[in-house]
Design a protein around this ligand. Sequence first.
Ligand code: PHE
Length: 363
Amino acid sequence: MSEIANLKAGLIADIAAADTLEALEALRVGAMGKNGVVTGLLKTLGPMSPEDRLEKGPPIQDLRESVAAALATRKAALEQAALDAQLAAEKIDMTLPADPGPQGSVHPVSQVMDELAEIFADLGFSVATGPEIEDQWHNFTALNMPETHPARAMHDTFYLSAEDGAEPKVLRTHTSPVQIRTMMNQEPPIRIIAPGRVYRSDSDATHTPMFHQIEGLVIDKGITLGHLKWTLETFLKAFFERDDIVLRLRPSYFPFTEPSVEVDVGYMLTNGQRVIGGDGDAPGGGWLEVLGSGMVNRRVIEACGLDPDEWQGFAFGTGVDRLAMLKYGMNDLRAFFDGDLRWLRHYGFSALDVPTLSGGVGA
Ligand code: PHE
């Protein structure tokens, strides 16, 4: 075999055996680079006589073309193999279960607020909100508690320091100021609930300085105590998920409702536990106060710029934390706000399980 044929066979064998792109590139430089063997042979053609070139040219050109073709073929093969390996390594099995990661839980207070919003949405109520730092007019005065009214002392109010001689603001002591804000901003008929945080200077096993209330307000024409009773009964049956809820309405006093009623629900002692449901006057039964309510006082309707001869309504307020304790069997209110993860894991709810009630209103 001629020298060139030998060279060609050797180069092509080396190229075919190159197992990485880097090795192949080194072979290309060795053959076709500036100082490569093939380049060197091509350079010898220039100074040759035409006769010599006619004889020696074709095998050298053939060498160049064959080596270039072998390099291209091998390069494509190596690139394809690299791509195949990468695809195989990056394959994702979409059928594997996903890593769930750390799971949070829904606090019982949030859960109960969601449940209440859901129940009242079924009854046509929307959700209203108001500020937690409130002025005294909304928190007291417009609710028929003028400055000297003894009822202001009923609430152990947190007063903020006054700004430049202005009247000091308060941390709202109840959600009732949202009644005022809604009546002043919205044309009747009105059907709202207002859940939120409220503050009173009080602390023991059943009182915390911050707690949660939910307010209800209906303003329309011809509203009576009967509508109030039906609404509360329907809501409490849906909330406790029982049909045998019995209510007891007791005359009471709130400055912003007239008449005012406090609402108790009957319970039965079962294995030493108070289980909501049944007639509280039956043997083994008792009553638990759950709500304050009444017909909205004419003076409150007037303070909001409405004519009390045209518009009437009812309002109610209840403690969300207390409702949560009764429904889910927790007995220390302070644990609600300790942020103890063990308590939250035990009493919390899965975020994926909302909506939460097994039925709705009337289920
Ligand atoms: N705001 C009252 C309270 O905090 C509850 C209430 C609300 C009573 C609405 C009647 C009507 O005790």
